[in-house]
Design a binder for this molecule. Structure first.
Ligand code: FPP
Length: 234
């Protein structure tokens, strides 16, 4: 990639199309998720190589519990496998954080998540946020509840609440998202980073997530760089 490109600080990716990728090959849907998880790892490393500060990926939404149990279990097991491997990848310079409601997860997954978040990865270049049991509306509800508690305890006054207060009480510890990439031909936000995407650029791509390559990310970054971001100004 050329140095002249304007790179986003924070990229969000909706990892979509795993099921269709598997179906095209006559494989079970979980085979698509498995390949999708490999692509996620490669793209995380590529973001690190490019010096992207934040990458947020949509791995499991609050609506995904409606899927068949074996598919849900398959995704949770992939997550466990990834987190176990991570523990041995000490010097990757990639920090991992989770956003979403953790309460429904089993003790093994919760422990692995905490371990990963506290792992020593050396100097952090990229922080990967994994959205797991995440919903953008749920995140805003979470923020409002946190703020309500502080008001009830007299810590803050209702008049002092502003946009920054809402931002600070979200799950996400990241700045707003600059670029949202959605592969697989769908052109929706699907309850991903609702608050953080107020000024995001969107790039929709026809490739399915398990086929997504570094070159595809380059194309999205080039498109991002070409767009003139004015934040409502002139
Ligand atoms: C959407 O594709 C994808 C998901 C709901 C799951 C994404 C999960 C992973 C890529 C694995 C997560 C693991 C790690 C380690 C991050 P879809 O199933 O809706 O695809 P379809 O629209 O083609 O059916």
């Amino acid at each position: 990639m050329s140095d002249k490109l304007i790179l986003p600080e924070h990229i969000g990716i909706i990892m979509d199309g795993n099921g269709r990728w598997a179906k095209k090959r006559g494989l079970p849907r979980n085979a698509g998720h498995k390949k999708g998880a490999e692509v996620f790892e490669n793209i995380s490393r590529y973001c690190r190589d490019l010096g992207i500060k934040w990458l947020t990926v949509y791995a499991f939404s609050t609506e995904n519990w409606k899927r068949p149990k074996d598919e849900v279990d398959g995704i949770m097991n992939l997550m466990k496998g990834y987190l176990k491997n991570m523990a041995s990848a000490r010097n990757e310079h990639i920090a991992v954080r989770f956003i979403g409601d953790r309460t429904p997860f089993d003790a093994e997954l919760t422990e692995l998540m905490e371990k990963a978040e506290n792992a020593d990865v050396g100097e952090v270049i990229t922080t990967v946020q994994i959205a797991l049991n995440y919903g953008g509306r749920d995140e805003i509800v979470h923020s409002v509840r946190e703020i309500a508690k502080k008001v009830a305890e007299g810590e803050i006054s209702p008049e002092s609440i502003n946009e920054d207060t809402i931002s600070k009480n979200l799950y996400s510890g990241t700045p707003e998202c600059d670029l949202i990439v959605r592969p697989s031909g769908e052109e929706r936000l699907s309850n991903f980073l609702l608050w953080e995407s107020a000024y995001s650029e969107f790039v929709f791509m026809d490739v399915l997530w398990p086929d997504f390559t570094k070159e595809d990310l380059d194309k999205a970054l080039l498109e991002y760089s070409k767009r003139n971001r004015r934040f409502g100004g002139v």
